[in-house]
Design a protein around this ligand. Structure first.
Ligand SMILES: NC(=O)c1ccc[n+]([C@@H]2O[C@H](COP(=O)([O-])OP(=O)(O)OC[C@H]3O[C@@H](n4cnc5c(N)ncnc54)[C@H](O)[C@@H]3O)[C@@H](O)[C@H]2O)c1
Length: 362
């Protein structure tokens, strides 16, 4: 068992890494002494893992209630949340219960927001089962659901009591969702560490990524994330923006293609290539850095072909301006300075963005 302590001032907590179920039980026994849990999961994850986890906990005399909703981003909404509140009330979930988010980022965000708001807040544990949730969404306390007007609009910062990561869950995750997580993993390398960049490239050069590789990768990414969250828990100082490397373009791309053409990880990968081009254009980074970013993105199996029309250029810019992370009239980007070192809050003028998009779409 390994762990990382996320040393937040008010809510410090460990991220526990173990593939041994005994550690899962041990963690629950020490962090949930009330022995009452409300597991929230989705229709893909629950049939695979809910019974097993329920069984472990019941054996230790835990009272277990569970709620399962339909898998997918479409469920991350206020209706699902309302259904969970009502179900929880019906089965007697009280303030002594701890919510367990068992699933990917959709479950983590929804269950997290439920925990933050049910009876003014009850305890939360994150048990991520997708690669993206392991390396990103389960750590850092961002919770929330989508509303018609936009993604993650109703939400709260709400930290869990602990995060439990077991990479065995990845054995049942499909390739597309592995790739989604890979987009974020490459992001960490390009943003934070040349050493990790080199290590990842070596891993990608092999025929298969082994479970041991995943163990190392997931641990390393959680370290990067924990470090940033510790420095800027509620995205106040701006440091947390670094985690959005490639995301401003990615969100615009996802919106313009109505979330039908690219998976999030792919959009992030393309977004990283875009900012590499932007940074090179304004001489913020060298051509070598741009090429290094291309190398790892392609090595990870992403394709840089967009298939968009020239007429989409202006629309992409408009969408980037609307991105909720833009606080001024010019768009702020996280740009690569070198491989493994990015800078946040770089404001770029519209004409430069437009020219870069045009060249990028060629
Ligand atoms: N809170 C944050 O900081 C943060 C950060 C990044 C992303 N997110 C959010 O995370 C969500 C995306 O997360 P995601 O990619 O995990 O999506 P997801 O939760 O929809 O999971 C992807 C798919 O994999 C399935 N799945 C999960 N684990 C599985 C397993 N072990 N075996 C088989 N199937 C499994 C799910 O049922 C789902 O069909 C988005 O809503 C995004 O906004 C949040």
């Amino acid at each position: 068992m390994k762990s990382i302590n996320l040393k937040l001032k008010n809510n410090p907590y460990p991220i526990i890494f173990s593939n041994n179920d005994k550690d899962l039980i041990k963690s629950f026994k020490s962090f949930v002494p009330e022995k009452k849990v409300f597991v929230i999961s989705d229709s893909n994850v629950a049939p695979l893992y809910l019974k097993k986890i329920e069984g472990f906990l019941k054996k230790e005399k835990f009272i277990v209630q569970a709620y399962v909703f339909k898998a997918g981003e479409q469920s991350k909404n206020l209706k699902t949340l309302s259904d969970i509140y009502n179900y929880a009330l019906k089965v007697g979930v009280d303030r002594k219960f701890t919510v367990v988010a068992l699933g990917g980022g959709v479950v983590g965000d929804t269950a997290g927001f439920f925990a933050a708001t049910y009876m003014r807040g009850i305890k939360l544990v994150q048990v991520p089962t997708s690669l993206l949730a392991m390396v990103d969404s389960s750590v850092g306390g961002k919770t929330g659901v989508n509303v018609e007007g936009g993604k993650n609009i109703a939400g709260a910062f709400y930290q869990p009591k602990f995060v439990y990561i077991n990479t065995d869950f990845l054995k049942t995750l499909d390739c597309q969702n592995i790739k989604n997580g890979m987009g974020e993993i490459v992001k960490y390398a390009v943003t934070f560490s040349k050493d990790f960049y080199n290590k990842l490239n070596k891993i990608f050069d092999k025929a298969v990524v082994t479970q041991k590789d995943f163990d190392e990768i997931v641990y390393q990414c959680c370290k990067f994330k924990a470090d940033i969250v510790k420095r800027d828990e509620k995205e106040v100082s701006g440091v947390r923006e670094l985690l959005n490397f490639g995301h401003t373009f990615a969100h615009a791309l996802e919106t313009i293609t109505e979330y039908k053409k690219f998976f999030h990880g792919e959009a992030v990968a393309i977004g990283m290539l875009f900012v590499a081009n932007l940074a090179e254009k304004i001489k913020f980074c060298t051509e070598k850095t741009k090429n290094e970013i291309y190398k790892i993105v392609e090595n990870a199996g992403f394709c840089a072909k967009l298939g968009l029309k020239k007429t989409d250029t202006k629309k992409l810019l408009e969408l980037m301006k609307k991105d909720k992370k833009s606080i001024s009239k010019t768009v702020r980007f996280v740009l690569p300075k070198q491989t493994g070192k990015a800078v946040f809050g770089v404001e770029i003028k519209d004409n430069i963005i437009l020219k870069t998009i045009e060249d990028f779409l060629k």
